[in-house]
Design a binder for this molecule. Structure first.
Ligand code: AP5
Ligand code: MG
Ligand code: ZN
Length: 210
């Protein structure tokens, strides 16, 4: 099954993707994670991506589409995959239509008043990319999955979050309609706990897998 996770910054795409990937053995493809990996390794794509990500803007479609195209051609995607953070524009969705058949688009719908706190309180594992929130970390300073060190993303500050939200509203939110019209959209309320959101998503995936 080929799945897209849609949602505003901080909606919980990465959090759900990690749970879905574990439970349903689907590779988790996050364009944001791929860009951050390139930034860390100072590749040409990383240098380019950084100039957009630091301002909360989108990396150009051609660059992003090429990365996804190359990634989903790999062997581990043969039996399905899950896209997190892609597509993010109508042009990206149209490019994806040409190279893939998407079975389900999970739209995590979260009250936007919750997003600033979620993002500014997020800590991410340097090693595996797992997301945490300081309100749930207690005195832990490392990743529960792999023991890696946690850090704060550079784009998780109030000013950059605001531009990410503006970009989401202008360029990404039209995708909800785009996929609703294709009849493959599944809306899930993301205001509840990560565990409750995952339960709703699982019910849907289990029903589809039957
Ligand atoms: P990306 O890394 O994809 O960032 P994003 O879309 O802004 O989304 P986030 O990763 O911030 O949020 P999330 O929904 O994954 O939330 P999470 O699960 O971590 O992209 C970064 C940048 O890369 C973009 O701005 C752009 O520049 C570039 N880029 C990426 N893809 C691109 C593309 N296709 N085209 C062009 N440019 C692209 O959760 C957030 C926090 O909330 C965590 O602290 C978590 O613990 C907490 N939380 C999660 N779920 C819940 C819950 N149910 N209840 C309470 N807390 C929760
Ligand atoms: Mg994410
Ligand atoms: Zn980790």
């Amino acid at each position: 099954m080929n799945i897209i996770l849609l949602g505003a910054p901080g909606a919980g795409k990465g959090t759900q993707a990690s749970k879905i990937s574990d439970a349903y053995k689907l590779p988790h493809i996050s364009t944001g994670d791929i860009f951050r990996e390139n930034i860390k390794n100072q590749t040409p794509i990383g240098v380019l991506a950084k100039s957009f990500i630091d301002k909360g803007q989108l990396v150009p479609d051609e660059v992003t589409c090429k990365i996804v195209e190359d990634r989903i051609e790999r062997e581990d995607c043969k039996n399905g995959y899950m896209l997190d953070g892609f597509p993010r524009t109508i042009a990206q969705a149209e490019a994806l239509d040409k190279i893939a058949k998407i079975d389900l688009v999970i739209n995590i719908d979260v009250d936007h008043s919750l997003l600033l706190d979620r993002l500014c309180g997020r800590r991410v594992c340097k090693n595996c990319g797992e997301s945490y929130h300081i309100s749930r970390l207690g005195d832990k300073t490392d990743c529960a999955r792999c023991g890696g060190e946690l850090y704060q993303r550079k784009d998780d500050n109030p000013e950059t979050v605001q531009s990410r939200l503006d970009v989401y509203n202008a360029q990404t939110s039209p995708l909800i309609d785009y996929y609703a019209k294709k009849g493959i959209l599944f809306n899930v309320v993301g205001n509840t706990t990560p565990e409750d959101v995952f339960e709703e998503v699982s019910k849907k995936l289990d029903a589809m897998n039957k």
